[in-house]
Every structure is written in C-alpha cells, then in structure tokens.
Design a protein around this ligand. Structure first.
Ligand SMILES: Nc1ncnc2c1ncn2[C@@H]1O[C@H](COP(=O)(O)OP(=O)(O)OP(=O)(O)O)[C@@H](O)[C@H]1O
Length: 256
C-alpha cells in the first residue's frame, strides 16, 4: 500500500489491525491496517465489489472479522450512527417523516420511554436543518429519493453521534440535495465528529473529503485525498479489480 498518514497514527478513534473480512470465509477485504483519527473526514472509494460496504459493517459490529481486529477507542454503540445504502432501507412502512426522525432517539431515551415535547422540537429542528420544514406528517412512502435521504440525515443529526458512517449517501440523489447534505457533513466535520463515507464520485471526494482510503479488497492507499487518488493508485485499483475471481479459494492467510 502507498505510504499512509493512517498507519502512522498513535491513538486513532478506530484502529484496524490486519483486518480480513468476508462472507462464508470468502474474503472481501484482506489484511487492512490503519486508523481513523478522531475528527477526521474520510472517503472510502474503490471499484464495485471492493469491500467498502463490508468494511463499514465490520466497524459498526454487524460483521465479525475472519481475521484481525477492529478496535473502537472509547466508543459505545450509542456513539455510532450508521446510514446503510438506500437499497437496504424499507420504505413502504406506514410511518411519517417525524416519527422516522424520532427513531434516531431511541438509543438515548430507550425504546419504551415516551418522546417528550423537547425531543419532538429537536426533531423539528433537524428537519428544518435539512430543508424539510412542513414535511413532518408526510408518509415516507410519498417522498422522493432525495427527500427521503434528507429525512435520514435529519435522523442522523438527532443521533448526535461521535462517529458517523455513511454508505453511498449521495447515489441516485439529485444535485441540490447532495449539495445540501454535503453541507451537513461539513458541519459535522467542523464539530470534530468522525465521518467515514463510502463514495463513488471522485470529484466530490477531492472537493469535500480531506482523507481517502482507496480499497480494492486489499488497501491500495490511505492518505491525504490528493495522494491517495493519484493516477498510479487508481490504475492499480482498476487492475486489481479486473483480476478478481469470486470463485477463488478461501483466504490462504486467514486462520483455518
Ligand atoms: N451478504 C453477503 N453475502 C455474501 N457475499 C457478499 C455479501 N455482501 C457482499 N458480498 C460480497 O463481498 C464483496 C464485497 O462487497 P461490498 O458490498 O462490500 O463491496 P462494495 O465495495 O461496497 O461494492 P459496491 O461499490 O458495488 O457497493 C463482493 O464480492 C460481494 O459480492
């Protein structure tokens, strides 16, 4: 892997140690080491099938490593907010916008405590912050993709998490919504929250994300964005993707 700022970190918020991840012992991410600094804003990019979503699932604890470790320093589950790919989110559930946003609270108030007026007001403020004042009682099934993504960002705002993981948050989202939600991400960064986002648009990454992990099942580079996305690294990631064999044997370097 190209030289990294990530490797050199003394006390990262999240440390990955020789991390190998996969499904039914077929690795999707091999031997990834490095760290996410507290307050960092990092894009995770790479070809389709590179293991980007898989990495987020492991950080959030939804996938157990085949080998190696994810170490979260001083973080509990309540400190982590995770936005999976839109495709994974049920949308014909009969629930309105406000209640969807209030779901962001359940970790703090507990599932069975009632939501008071203060929380409802905060949810309204979060909706206003993403440009959805006046949408509180709209059923989520009646929203456009962009409006729904704004609702999910309002929910993240309410979660008030120290670590925010976003999986392709702007895919299939209109330009205006993307710009508004990038502004929310910028604000989180200003508040020293740690943000990790899987993204495909390299221009967007260059413009808004100071650090980048370029992944092609194996780490290609993890560095300042301009360095990580150097043409030689991008070419190497593409070449690695062309040689993937999804029927390959189990990882030789993983524990038996
Ligand atoms: N639930 C699963 N069961 C089995 N294999 C999976 C599962 N999820 C992902 N994979 C496989 O793991 C590999 C990495 O997938 P992953 O979704 O992490 O890639 P990605 O980089 O996020 O891709 P994309 O950019 O296409 O979303 C792929 O080969 C994929 O087919």
């Amino acid at each position: 892997m190209a030289s990294t700022t990530a490797d050199a970190l003394a006390n990262p918020l999240i440390r990955l140690t020789d991390l190998t991840l996969g499904y039914r012992r077929h690795p999707a991410v091999h031997h990834l080491s490095g760290g996410f600094r507290e307050g960092s804003l990092t894009a995770v990019v790479g070809p389709n099938g590179a293991g980007k979503s898989t990495l987020l699932k492991a950080i959030v604890g939804a996938l157990r490593p085949l080998d190696g470790r994810v170490t979260l320093h001083g973080l509990t589950a309540a400190d982590i907010a995770y936005l999976p790919q839109q495709a994974g989110i049920e949308r014909d559930f009969p629930i309105d916008v406000l209640d969807t946003v209030l779901l962001g609270h359940w970790r703090r108030v507990g599932l069975f405590r009632s939501i008071g007026p203060a929380l409802t007001r905060q949810a309204g403020e979060a909706l206003a912050a993403v440009g959805l004042s006046g949408f509180k009682r709209r059923p989520i099934a009646a929203l456009s993709a962009g409006q729904f993504q704004r609702v999910l960002f309002a929910r993240l705002l309410l979660q008030d998490a120290r670590l925010i993981l976003l999986d392709e948050p702007f895919t299939a989202i209109d330009a205006r919504t993307t710009a508004d939600l990038l502004e929310v991400v910028r604000r989180w960064h200003g508040e020293r929250r740690t943000v990790v986002a899987v993204l495909h648009d390299l221009e967007q990454v260059r413009s808004h994300f100071p650090e980048t992990l370029l992944l092609a099942r194996e780490p290609v580079a993890w560095d300042r964005t301009a360095d990580a996305l150097a043409p030689a690294n991008l070419a190497r990631a593409r070449a690695m993707a062309e040689s993937w064999d999804d029927k390959a044997a189990l990882c030789r370097r993983s524990a038996p």
